[in-house]
Design a binder for this molecule. Structure first.
Ligand SMILES: [Zn+2]
Length: 186
C-alpha cells in the first residue's frame, strides 16, 4: 500500500468519525456551572508565576498543564495547529514578555501530528480546486517533528520582537507513552 493510499484512508477515517457529530456546548455549559461552584482561582494574578510561556500544538491528546505538572496561573499556553511559530504566536509572545513578565519559552510538538498527514502543495491545490482560491497562509505541514521544533526555535531567535531569548527549549511529546524528548540545538 502506498503512502498516498494510507493518507487517503486516514483522512477518510477522520471524516467517518465526524459524521457521528453532535454539538457539545450545552453539556459543557452545565459542566462549567459545577466548575464555578467549586472555583478556587479568584486570587490568581495575570502575570504567570513561573514567568513561562509554552507554545504547543492544539492536539486534543495533550493537556499541557497535566503533561508539565503546571498549576493554573503558572504559565501562558499558546496553541495552534503544529505549535508553529507564526506571526500571531510572535504577537502573543511579544505581549507575554514585554507586558506580562515571562522570560522562558518552551516549545512542544508531538508525534503523529495532523500536519504530518498532508503536504503543503496538496492541501493548497485541494482548496484551490474546491474554492477557486488558494489560501494566502502557509499550512506549515512537516514530516519530522524534531526538525520542525528546531525550525521553530530558529524562528524565535530570528525575530526582533522578543527581548528575552536566553531560555528557549524545545521538545517532542510522544503520544504513545507521554514522554517529552528534548530537541537539542544542532
Ligand atoms: Zn499536532
Amino acid at each position: 500500500m502506498t503512502d498516498d493510499t494510507n493518507r487517503d484512508r486516514s483522512l477518510q477515517a477522520m471524516d467517518d468519525q465526524a459524521t457521528e457529530f453532535s454539538a457539545s456546548a450545552d453539556e459543557l455549559l452545565r459542566r462549567n456551572a459545577s466548575f464555578a461552584a467549586r472555583f478556587r482561582d479568584a486570587e490568581l494574578q495575570v502575570v504567570p508565576l513561573r514567568h513561562l510561556a509554552v507554545v504547543a500544538c492544539m492536539d486534543s491528546r495533550m493537556d499541557m498543564f497535566e503533561i508539565l505538572g503546571l498549576g493554573h496561573g503558572e504559565a501562558h499556553v499558546i496553541r495552534n495547529a503544529g505549535g508553529v511559530i507564526t506571526d500571531d504566536v510572535i504577537r502573543s509572545l511579544c505581549l507575554s514578555q514585554r507586558y506580562l513578565q515571562t522570560r522562558e519559552i518552551i516549545l512542544i510538538h508531538h508525534t503523529d501530528c495532523g500536519l504530518q498527514r498532508v503536504t503543503e502543495d496538496e492541501f493548497k491545490a485541494e482548496l484551490e480546486a474546491e474554492l477557486g482560491v488558494k489560501p494566502w497562509w502557509a499550512l506549515e505541514s512537516f514530516k519530522d517533528p524534531y526538525l520542525d521544533v528546531s525550525q521553530s526555535i530558529q524562528r524565535l531567535h530570528l525575530t526582533p520582537f522578543l527581548p528575552h531569548k536566553d531560555n528557549i527549549r524545545g521538545f517532542v511529546y510522544d503520544v504513545t507513552d507521554g514522554l517529552l524528548h528534548e530537541v537539542l540545538p544542532g
